[in-house]
Design a protein around this ligand. Sequence first.
Ligand SMILES: *[C@@H]1O[C@H](CO)[C@@H](O)[C@H](O)[C@H]1NC(C)=O
Ligand SMILES: *[C@@H]1O[C@H](CO)[C@@H](O)[C@H](O)[C@H]1NC(C)=O
Ligand SMILES: *[C@@H]1O[C@H](CO)[C@@H](O)[C@H](O)[C@H]1NC(C)=O
Ligand SMILES: *[C@@H]1O[C@H](CO)[C@@H](O)[C@H](O)[C@H]1NC(C)=O
Ligand SMILES: *[C@@H]1O[C@H](CO)[C@@H](O)[C@H](O)[C@H]1NC(C)=O
Ligand SMILES: *[C@@H]1O[C@H](CO)[C@@H](O)[C@H](O)[C@H]1NC(C)=O
Ligand SMILES: *[C@@H]1O[C@H](CO)[C@@H](O)[C@H](O)[C@H]1NC(C)=O
Ligand SMILES: *[C@@H]1O[C@H](CO)[C@@H](O)[C@H](O)[C@H]1NC(C)=O
Length: 447
Amino acid sequence: MAFDLPCILYFFFLLFPSSLVAQRNGNATVGDSLTAGDEATLWLSPAEDFAFGFRQLDKKDLYLLAIWYNKIPDKTIVWYANGDRPAPKKSTVKLTAELGVVLNNPQGGEIWKSGPGNGEAAYGFMNDTGNFLVANANGEKLWQSFELLTDTLLPTQIMEKGGILSSRLSETNFSQGRFQFRLIPDGNAVLNTINLPTGFPYEAYFWSKTVDSNSSNAGYQVVFNESGYLYVLRANNTREALTLGRVVPATENYHRATLHFDGVFVLYSHPKNSPGNENWSVVRTMPENICTVVRGLKGSGPCGYNGVCTISTDKRAICRCPQRFSLLDPDDPYGGCKPDFPTQVCAEEVPNAPEDYELVPLTNIDWPESDYEMYTPYNIEDCKKACLQDFFCNVIVFGEGTCWKKRLPLSNGRQGESVNGASFMKVRKGNYTLPGPPPIPKKNRDS
Ligand SMILES: *[C@@H]1O[C@H](CO)[C@@H](O)[C@H](O)[C@H]1NC(C)=O
Ligand SMILES: *[C@@H]1O[C@H](CO)[C@@H](O)[C@H](O)[C@H]1NC(C)=O
Ligand SMILES: *[C@@H]1O[C@H](CO)[C@@H](O)[C@H](O)[C@H]1NC(C)=O
Ligand SMILES: *[C@@H]1O[C@H](CO)[C@@H](O)[C@H](O)[C@H]1NC(C)=O
Ligand SMILES: *[C@@H]1O[C@H](CO)[C@@H](O)[C@H](O)[C@H]1NC(C)=O
Ligand SMILES: *[C@@H]1O[C@H](CO)[C@@H](O)[C@H](O)[C@H]1NC(C)=O
Ligand SMILES: *[C@@H]1O[C@H](CO)[C@@H](O)[C@H](O)[C@H]1NC(C)=O
Ligand SMILES: *[C@@H]1O[C@H](CO)[C@@H](O)[C@H](O)[C@H]1NC(C)=O
């Protein structure tokens, strides 16, 4: 294999001399194209810090049109065009005069296009800042990847009011995820959960506190400056730092700010010239504890419905299912959990009576906002009895003479020392697991 390589390179030189030259200085001219699955073609930035091209998705014959750090072992992706619509093998991306960068499937169907907005594109340029731009013959910018925000901000990038950074669905699935980092009209930069697929924003769980009744004192841009500092710039030109303390120099280090799929927004740095085994180091994590700050009556929380969140040493979410529950999607630990037993239902079925169920203790686990009843003053025995005799009750939490009843689906679950009171899950007695899919009802609905 290794012996073939020089021949292949030579072959490419013969076939595509101009596109190889174009790669050297970061330029792609109108008509140039790249093909998904053909690793030899990339558009590199002049110093080769960043690459623009296709990345294969984990264990799939699907490709992402992306920008990534080209010189570090991690090849970290910082931008992507088609997270919701991965491209099949042999898809092409082409630089065109009328439509800018166009991503087509092998049949020629359009998957994504940048659009030039106005004017006629002449060339594309992968800058060493990580920004890919499309320009006209006069060198005027028609489109740039920095303006199409995905989950990462880079130094020299600015997020204007109304700008939204969106998390991906999981580490390997680049579809839209459940979290956002936004600069909202009142001047606050916030982290919030959303509804999928509508994108409707739910409650925030982090605020830059740059709101001000006088709009000339409120936040108006999120700036990642070329030295690697992230801050909210107020309209009166003062800064509210999101980077705390000093960072390593951007001349010798990369910096990035990524909103992860578990809702944690992390500032990182990485040495540019690493002997091989360095990794991204965390500069700051927002929030400090994702498990306890995500609240609100809508949305599931970082671990999905019925899931339980604990915080890792690097302040990221770790998700588990409570006793007698298992993952909804076995491949997605963050996707929520389902009971492995038939829950009590309001029907004359057997066995379904209170004596068929029992309460098992949970260790320091709570779902703080799934309550529907609160009894106080009360004692724990009456609390247990009240749950067993109530079809709707799935969990009780008892503390300091107060009993809370909770029902499925449980949201914003967390486990930790800070959880107050004793909690119990109502489960079917015995070693009962759910049989296969329920039988299809024989009767027609309208008969
Ligand atoms: C890229 O190509 C355009 C058009 O040929 C040219 O004006 C520009 O200077 C080139 N940029 C670089 C960095 O080579
Ligand atoms: C590339 O980025 C540098 C640094 O921000 C900037 O000065 C330069 O103008 C950019 N190049 C183009 C072609 O936009
Ligand atoms: C990503 O997740 C979505 C939603 O579960 C799914 O429809 C899609 O097929 C997944 N994408 C990939 C590439 O696995
Ligand atoms: C808003 O603040 C600016 C100074 O930042 C001040 O000049 C201006 O008078 C204020 N406007 C109001 C309505 O208070
Ligand atoms: C800008 O606004 C902030 C928040 O109101 C205030 O603390 C700061 O003093 C102001 N700076 C100037 C220069 O007006
Ligand atoms: C970037 O921001 C930091 C913090 O506000 C500041 O110390 C530094 O001078 C800025 N760098 C540049 C190039 O403006
Ligand atoms: C770098 O970090 C990633 C993500 O945490 C991890 O998967 C990888 O193993 C690390 N690489 C090294 C060389 O430590
Ligand atoms: C429960 O049933 C499963 C599967 O039938 C079995 O593997 C397991 O050992 C049983 N556990 C107990 C405590 O009986």
